[in-house]
Ligand binder design. Structure first.
Ligand code: 13P
Ligand code: SF4
Length: 392
């Protein structure tokens, strides 16, 4: 067990070495000493409360250091299915914590660091329930595939939930299982376009022909909402082209939520970008690709939090962010102080309530500064779509 001072020096060295360009002037030695002290206290309290700390890659480096499990949205969800923990402190955005609670049910208490408003997501706020209801009325046999980046109510009225790692496989699965039926994927327009093309390719390999128009991506053509991730939208075609021109030998790893995703897919199809040089990957798949690829240099098109994990795991390889400043304010709404408060005061807990009188509107269930409710009927319906996500 290192001393606080030793841990502070380790933080100081690693945060500068692997993330100095991502968080300039943010980690002096005194900051690192404070973080080291909080780390000791968090570990002590987590052991006392038998809590597992789960962390998404987009969080600050100090969270990577305290994680029992660091992962992408699918890996963290799968961990929830397997873990036999009394308590989990889920350090990510709220929809991920809520999904974790729905998977765990009453076996595990799940805590988050702040309210859904602070730990939000532009995809969640870009989803229009009224529009979805109208679509369902117009397409009574239609199948709704909803990205995990969505609120619990939307999940509860969906047939399938997917993540950045398996949306293509889930669209293909639905097309096979429900031939001729209309499919709507929502809410991410960038990811949706890429995954639709990939799903059609999967089906083509199996010689299954389907009308591409049966797969609709949630996108209003004339103004209105166009849901996307406000962070990945910034990683558009110009920024990726400039970074590629600056690093012509680098392999390119693109999160499918990126604004440049369809453009890059088109360039790959036209052989302008060689197919063995650019890959669409979830955050966790980026780690695996970098580990196994013979390339030494990688352009990384995603939220910069991921760069710390890549550089620390593979210090002999070079990782270049398309943007070092495109941080997600929602993910970065988590702090060690908030986690300490959760552990000390047992808040904020996500609770599945028995459709209580306080939860009058299922779209906005009850919350205060200690608990956030998910009505049982909503959790049960959402779970039906989440379960296939964990196995497809
Ligand atoms: P992952 O599925 O890669 O974790 O992505 C989640 C997310 O919020 C990306 O913006
Ligand atoms: Fe949502 Fe984008 Fe933040 Fe992910 S990075 S949580 S998609 S706003």
């Amino acid at each position: 067990m290192p001393t606080k001072e030793n841990l502070a020096w380790q933080y100081y060295r690693d945060f500068h070495l692997y993330a100095g360009d991502l968080y300039p002037n943010q980690y002096n030695y005194i900051d690192c000493l404070r973080l080291a002290e909080k780390t000791f206290e968090i570990k002590r309290l987590a052991a006392e409360k038998k809590s597992h700390i789960l962390v998404h890659y987009y969080l600050r480096p100090e969270f990577h250091e305290i994680a029992e499990k660091l992962g992408d949205s699918l890996a963290l969800s799968k961990y929830m299915r397997e873990v036999q923990a009394e308590r989990v402190d889920f350090q990510a955005v709220f929809f991920m914590g809520a999904t974790a609670k729905i998977i765990a049910g009453n076996n595990t208490r799940v805590f988050v660091g702040d309210s859904p408003k602070v730990l939000g997501c532009s995809l969640v706020s870009g989803t229009d329930h009224q529009w979805i209801s109208a679509w369902k009325r117009e397409n009574p046999d239609g199948i709704l595939i909803t990205y995990i980046n969505s609120d619990t109510y939307t999940k509860s009225i969906s047939n399938f939930i997917s993540t950045s790692r398996n949306t293509d496989k889930i669209i293909a699965h639905v097309a096979r299982k429900f031939p001729g039926q209309k499919i709507l994927f929502l809410p991410d327009k960038f990811l949706g376009q890429v995954m639709k093309i990939r799903a059609l390719r999967l089906l083509e390999q199996e010689r299954i022909k389907i009308d591409p128009d049966l797969i609709e991506i949630y996108k209003q053509p004339f103004g209105g909402f166009n849901a996307c991730c406000y962070v990945h939208e910034k990683l558009g075609r110009d920024s990726i082209l400039v970074t590629m021109a600056e690093h012509p030998n680098a392999e390119v790893m693109i999160h499918p939520e990126c604004g440049c995703a369809s453009f890059c897919m088109y360039q790959i199809e036209q052989n302008i970008i060689p197919a063995d040089k650019a890959f669409f990957l979830s955050t966790e798949q980026m780690l695996r690709r970098a580990e196994t690829s013979p390339a030494k240099e990688f352009i990384v098109a995603t939220e910069p939090g991921m760069l710390y994990a890549l550089r620390k795991r593979l210090p002999n390889k070079i990782f270049i962010p398309v943007s070092a400043t495109a941080h997600c304010d929602f993910m970065k709404g988590n702090t060690l102080d908030k986690l300490l408060r959760s552990l000390r005061e047992d808040r904020l807990e996500i609770v599945i309530c028995k459709n209580c009188a306080d939860c009058v509107d299922p779209k906005t269930p009850y919350e205060d500064d200690r608990v956030i409710h998910i009505p049982k009927v909503i959790a049960d319906n959402a779970r039906l779509g989440i379960e296939p996500m964990l196995s497809i």
